[in-house]
Design a protein around this ligand. Structure first.
Ligand code: SF4
Length: 120
């Protein structure tokens, strides 16, 4: 293991975090609040992100709806998630919070709409 420098994405402050290898895991410093420590621990062991994008809509007043994964997905699954999102097409009406896919790209995470699209 080697020293890792991370930037916390918990808020716009973007604290610079340093993770130095220790006997058990890493000694983490540079965080201003507990969220930074939690972010660093997660980033070092199981990096994951929420994915936001758009999905094609047919028969609606708009051609797309914005979407996001209900929770974080593993970072190494993001490309597969994006490919699945790009292949998805749903029919209007769509309401905010609608689940458009129960298990996006086999991650076990749902994909939900973040924009309402009424029928044309
Ligand atoms: S450590 Fe806390 S204050 Fe610093 S960027 Fe992360 S969330 Fe913001």
């Amino acid at each position: 293991m080697e020293t890792r420098i991370l930037t916390c994405i918990g808020c716009p402050l973007g604290c610079a975090l340093t993770a130095v290898p220790a006997a058990e895991g890493y000694d983490i410093s540079g965080y201003t609040c507990k969220r930074g420590l939690e972010y660093a621990k997660k980033e070092l062991t199981r990096p994951a992100r929420t994915v936001t994008s758009t999905v094609r809509v047919t028969g609606g007043v708009a051609n797309v709806t914005s979407v996001r994964t209900a929770t974080d997905v593993p970072k190494d699954a993001i490309w597969a998630v994006m490919a699945a999102i790009n292949a998805l097409e749903v029919a209007a009406p769509i309401a905010i919070g609608d689940v458009l896919c129960e298990d996006i790209a086999g991650t076990g995470v749902a994909l939900t709409a973040t924009k309402t699209v009424k029928v044309k």
